[in-house]
Design a protein around this ligand. Structure first.
Ligand SMILES: Nc1ncnc2c1ncn2[C@@H]1O[C@H](COP(=O)(O)OP(=O)(O)OP(=O)(O)O)[C@@H](O)[C@H]1O
Ligand code: NI
Length: 302
């Protein structure tokens, strides 16, 4: 039984000129209790939109279909409904942490307020220490923190509600490798203690170096291409997109991805990876995520 079962989640965002952004397309992703699933894919493919959908932070004009169900102590609840409590059922470390704090009060007072609002009994100091933020920095205003310090302050704030599911959106993007590794170690501690984690990242090198993910989900142009045990996918990718993404890593030959990134505006309803890599046989026509053992991969369907 997954902790969070996301099925066929589709999000369309209307642009002012009448066109529509295919922000998520039939996203199916099951997060198992106490595991870390890393969601990877290039900039603009829809990773943060998935976080926004699960936090009910999409623009009001967004059209959403599909389901997300969260299994918790009080039963299975609709994770897209107000029954799902922000901060305690699902918590978020936002991608732009500086903007998640108001500029006019100290970081420490805001974390204290978050703790009170969520009914927890933590101390800001303890949360800061766990997140690797020197507690002395709690007395500062958000603009007095570096990007990496703000990132760790946002992690401390996300820990305030002991969320059942924690979504961390690029939590190490502004950290040097040593600090990134310590954030990854914290995520592992949380997972071991039972937290289910969705780690959004495009730093594949760091994910590999720290072996932080149990599972890996690969997204291209709003769609999941492949999902399975992280080690298996890194050693033997099944989708051409994953293969192309891995081949672009410095330690794997630095071969640039073929073609150009695909815009999500006015996409057809089908997978478009063939626009990027015309040689692929896994895209172009109807596709579906097909399961084989513990993995799924997007394939053309007859
Ligand atoms: N409010 C919005 N209205 C319309 N389009 C949006 C809105 N927010 C995001 N988008 C578009 O949705 C797409 C997905 O954006 P998203 O932020 O999820 O990308 P991402 O995968 O998180 O990228 P990055 O790695 O750069 O953070 C992008 O094409 C973006 O331009
Ligand atoms: Ni993002």
């Amino acid at each position: 039984m997954p902790r969070l079962a996301i099925d066929d989640l589709t999000v369309r965002l209307a642009l002012r000129d009448g066109r529509s952004v295919h922000a998520l397309s039939e996203v199916t992703l099951h997060l198992r209790p106490g595991t870390i699933t890393a969601l990877i894919g290039e900039s603009g493919c829809g990773k943060s939109i998935l976080a926004a959908a699960l936090m009910r932070l999409l623009p009001p004009t967004a059209r959403v279909s599909g389901t997300a169900r969260l299994a918790i102590g009080r039963g299975v609840i609709d994770a897209l409904s107000p029954r799902c409590r922000r901060g305690t059922d699902i918590g978020l470390v936002p991608q732009s942490p500086a903007t998640s704090f108001t500029p006019v009060r100290t970081v420490g007072s805001q974390i204290r307020e978050t703790i009170a609002a969520l009914g927890g009994n933590h101390e800001p100091r303890d949360l800061a220490e766990r997140a690797g933020l020197p507690p002395g920095l709690l007395q500062r205003y958000p603009h007095e923190l570096s990007g990496g310090q703000a990132q760790r302050a946002a992690i401390a704030a996300a820990l305030a509600g002991d969320p059942t599911v924690l979504i961390a959106d690029e939590p190490t993007s502004q950290l040097d490798p040593a600090l990134a590794s310590s954030t990854h170690r914290l995520l592992r501690e949380l997972a071991t203690a039972g937290t289910t984690i969705l780690l959004i990242s495009h730093d594949l090198a760091a994910l590999q170096r720290d072996a932080v993910a149990d599972r890996l989900a690969v997204m291209h142009a709003s769609r999941i291409m492949e999902e399975g045990p992280a080690g298996d996918i890194l050693a033997d990718p099944w989708h051409d997109y994953t293969r192309d993404l891995l081949a672009a890593l410095p330690e794997r030959g630095l071969r640039p991805l073929p073609g150009n990134p695909v815009s999500l505006t006015d996409l057809p309803e089908e997978c478009v990876y063939h626009r990027r890599n015309p040689a692929t046989r896994q895209s172009g026509g109807t596709t579906a995520l097909l399961a084989a053992g513990d993995r799924v991969v997007r394939q053309r369907t007859p």
